[in-house]
Ligand binder design. Sequence first.
Ligand code: SF4
Length: 692
Amino acid sequence: MTLMRITATHSIERTACSLCHMGCGMELHIKDGRITEVKGIKNHPLNKGFLCPKGRAVIEHITSPKRLTAPLLRQGSGWKEITWDEAMEVIVTHLKEAQSLGENSKVAFSVGMPLLLSGTSTVAMIHRLAHAYGTPNCFSVESLCYRSQMLGYIATLGKFFVAGYERANCIIVWASNPEQSSPPIGAAIARRKRAGAKLVVIDPRATSMAKRADYHLQPRPGTDCALMLAMMNVIIDEGLYDQEFVEKYTVGFAELAEHVKAYTPERVQEITSVPADKIKDVARLFAQTKPACIAQGPNGTDSMASGFQNNRGIAILQAITGNIDVPGGFIQTPRLRTKVVAPIKMVAENPVGIAEYPVLYGVYGRNFGEGQAMVLVDRLINDDDKPVHSMIICASNPLLSWPNSAKVREALAGLDFLVVMDQFMTETAKLAHLVLPAGTFLETSEIADYYNLWSLPYIMTRKKIMEYGQCRPVLEFLMDLGRRLGYHDEFPWQTGEDLLKDILRPSGVTYEYLTEKQPEGFFYAEHKYRKYEREGFKTPSGKIEIHSRYLRDMGYSPLPTHLESPETRISDPGLAAEYPLVLTTGSRNIFHVHSQMRDVPSLKRRVSEPLAELHPLDAEKYHIPDGVIATVENRRGKIKIKVKVTEDIKPGVIHIPHGWQDANINLLTDNACANPVTGYPVLKGLLCRISV
Ligand code: SF4
């Protein structure tokens, strides 16, 4: 039986790849009911015709024999294939029963990265459904990734800003490896470098970009905030800051100047192990080269005890050097005015984890509406009266991608009812009572916009061009579930396309225009710089909040302050004696995204197994030969993994990639909420040891 059914109406269809967070413009050639060729869209402003190996492997991925093709109901130790109507009936019956017992809030929804990427309307539908049903308990991967960045910027600048690397003359790539994680951004930065821009890379790993940089600083994982503060110390002490901008547009500079006196480059050398003279050089270079910006990855600076303050520090460094909202600096991108499909009425109760970490929910009324999943995991294990007994997880594999896999397994296995909607039978899906087959981005209609992450006032549609087995778009599953539960006012749209037409209405851009006239997308606006001169900043003071009274009143440090992570040689010397290596994880490679695409044959041929990167000095110290299968362990767990001895990692640090089922590094990571503001766990800077 042919599982793939092409629904496309043109022989060449254009869409936005959503196999990672970039959204590269993609062109699909279709003939005789098959996709015959996949190319990058040449004039797409982001990827300019480029597709990475994942994008080029999209046909293999979507037609994989391992894809789920029908709903599966658990029966004993096996599965029974059922129809969608039967599956929906199972869910509706369970949810109505919980509702009749007044246990609405014990039902939770959780989404992963693919959903967040394939369009905000899908996420909006989850929130709408949850609140219509009567539960505030929505969670996502943003409990440990990316939201911290948004919150840090909003708390400081009032809005989300993005590095304008395309026109920068000095770029600091901070805790990011864009050539692997965000290839079009890596290419753009490389272009600027070739055009003469200065490049600084801050990373414990010697990435290919770090090797070409003017400066490569290798801080001890988890100490980035101290490094930022030392740079501010130099910039302020040497009078290299933009005095006019600081006086006119910021509050709290005097407090900052006083605060950073304690962070001399010499003292910070002791904390970070970055030589003081290099800190001074980079601070001077950044302050004296205009325009300059700092390019972060989606979460490199988040996963540490100082994570939230790191993001404030990055905003402040760009503010005091006068690089805010100037071409090549830290810029704001105009957004297309679309309809907000927020819940019609909100449940008054907060989601789990927000009592402890209220800032994670939102800053200055800009609410994200989700709880802290790391708290949920602990409460599912420890509470007698568990806050949640049922979960619907869409496009997420927490068993591999959330920290502390043993705990996550225990937490999810204890649920009364678990529904997982995904494209493959993931480790998490294997725990479910009901598994639903999800459509890929080629089976879904969505809007792809680029204003947020990539500073492009550009929009295009992700177009449904095919169907596969009985797979359904998550968006349509959610709307269908809402209607079956009786929430017709909340879900008046019959199809995803109906919803998108409604969302686009205020913009003046129609869905038909986007799909038929501009399928490759279009610029809907031009950048207008220095918006603050006209409108100020959307903070309580109307200025950049270097010193934040808001944070102070919430009980947090009002200025970025270095915090040692709970497991370091400084915070726990006894533990460090037992587990002497610093573990860093969470980085990306160009062939996979988190736990996805591990079984795609062409990608598997390129990277078939995970490798633990260990410096030759450590290899000698711990008697670990190159290529050996070693045991890496700490108090939480152990894995066996092949070792690559390489000078591309800082001595004393071991780097292990995540997302691999057979060497799952999240057996060693910890879900403990280390960041006091967001509750984010530590992924950069845990302790472990290695042996053979
Ligand atoms: S970088 Fe690769 S996976 Fe990511 S959107 Fe572009 S083509 Fe797709």
